[in-house]
Ligand binder design. Structure first.
Ligand code: ADP
Ligand code: ADP
Ligand code: ZN
Length: 214
C-alpha cells in the first residue's frame, strides 16, 4: 500500500504516518526528517536545505525529488510506504506519478488531515521533536512519559527552530500557495480522502484505518 499524507504543517501528518507505518508494517518516510538528519550530520545537502527551512520556505524541488526517489527505490519500500511531507508541490507530485507509472504502480490513497489555521500555531508551539528517531510529542496533548525525553529512543526532545510562531505563519502561507493545490490534484485522480484532524489522535487514526481498509 502506498499512501501520501497531505495537510498543513502541524496538522498531524507525522503522528498519523507513524501509526500507519506501525500498523501496516511499512516505512514512514518524512522528507523533513531526512533533511533534519542531514543538517544534524552537517552534510552538504543539510547546509543547503537549512537555509530554506529556517525561513519556512520549501527546499527546491531539485534537492528534494531525487532524494525521495532514491529512498522509495530501497528494498524496504517494495510492499509500500507512507509519505509524510512529500509531495509538497505539483511538480513533485508529477515526478512521483511518472516514476510509479513507469514501474506499473500507483499511489493508493492521499489522506488529507484537515486542520484550520487557527489551531495550527497553538499546536506548533507545543510540539517537541526527537531529532534522532523522528517521533513527535505535544507538551499538552501528547506528552512523553518523561518530560523532555523521547519514549522510543531516550534522546532529548527539542522545540524545532522552524516552529517559532513567525516562521509558522510563513509556512502556512507557503502551504496555501504551493501545497494545498495538491488536494484538488489527488481529488481529480479519485484517491483523495479527507479526515477531521482536529479530533483526538486516536479518533483521527480510526478514521484513517476505516479508509485504508475499505
Ligand atoms: P511539518 O512537520 O511542519 O509538516 P516537515 O518536517 O515535513 O514539516 O518539513 C520541514 C521543512 O522541511 C519544510 O518547512 C520545508 O522547508 C522542508 N521540506 C520537507 N519536505 C519538503 C518537500 N517535499 N519539498 C520541499 N521542502 C520540504
Ligand atoms: P505534521 O507532521 O503535520 O507537521 P505532527 O504530527 O508533528 O504534524 O503534529 C503537530 C503537533 O500536534 C505535535 O506536537 C503533535 O504531537 C500534535 N498532534 C498531532 N496530532 C494531534 C491531535 N489529533 N490532537 C492534538 N495534537 C496533535
Ligand atoms: Zn526518539
Amino acid at each position: 500500500m502506498k499512501i501520501i499524507m497531505l495537510g498543513a504543517p502541524g496538522a498531524g501528518k507525522g503522528t498519523q504516518a507513524q501509526m500507519i507505518a506501525d500498523k501496516y508494517n511499512i516505512p514512514h518516510i518524512s522528507t523533513g526528517d531526512i533533511f533534519r538528519a542531514n543538517i544534524k550530520n552537517g552534510t552538504e545537502l543539510g547546509k543547503k536545505a537549512k537555509e530554506y527551512m529556517d525561513k519556512g520556505l520549501l527546499v527546491p524541488d531539485e534537492l528534494t525529488v531525487e532524494l525521495l526517489l532514491d529512498r522509495v527505490a530501497n528494498e524496504d519500500c517494495k510492499d509500500g510506504y507512507v509519505l509524510d511531507g512529500f509531495p509538497r508541490t505539483i511538480p513533485q507530485a508529477d515526478v512521483l506519478d511518472a516514476e510509479l507509472t513507469k514501474l506499473g504502480d500507483k499511489v493508493d490513497f492521499a489522506v488529507n488531515v484537515d486542520v484550520p489555521d487557527e489551531n495550527i500555531v497553538r499546536r506548533m508551539s507545543g510540539r517537541r521533536a526527537c531529532l534522532k528517531c523522528g517521533a513527535t510529542y505535544h507538551i499538552e496533548h501528547i506528552p512523553p512519559k518523561q518530560e523532555g525525553i523521547c519514549d522510543k529512543c531516550g534522546s532529548e526532545l527539542v522545540l524545532r527552530a522552524d516552529d517559532a510562531p513567525e516562521t509558522v505563519q510563513n509556512r502556512l502561507s507557503v502551504y496555501h500557495e504551493q501545497t494545498q493545490p495538491l488536494i484538488d490534484y489527488y481529488d481529480k485522480k479519485g484517491i483523495l480522502r479527507t479526515v477531521d484532524g482536529t479530533k483526538d489522535m486516536k479518533d483521527v487514526f480510526d478514521a484513517i484505518v476505516d479508509i485504508l481498509n475499505a
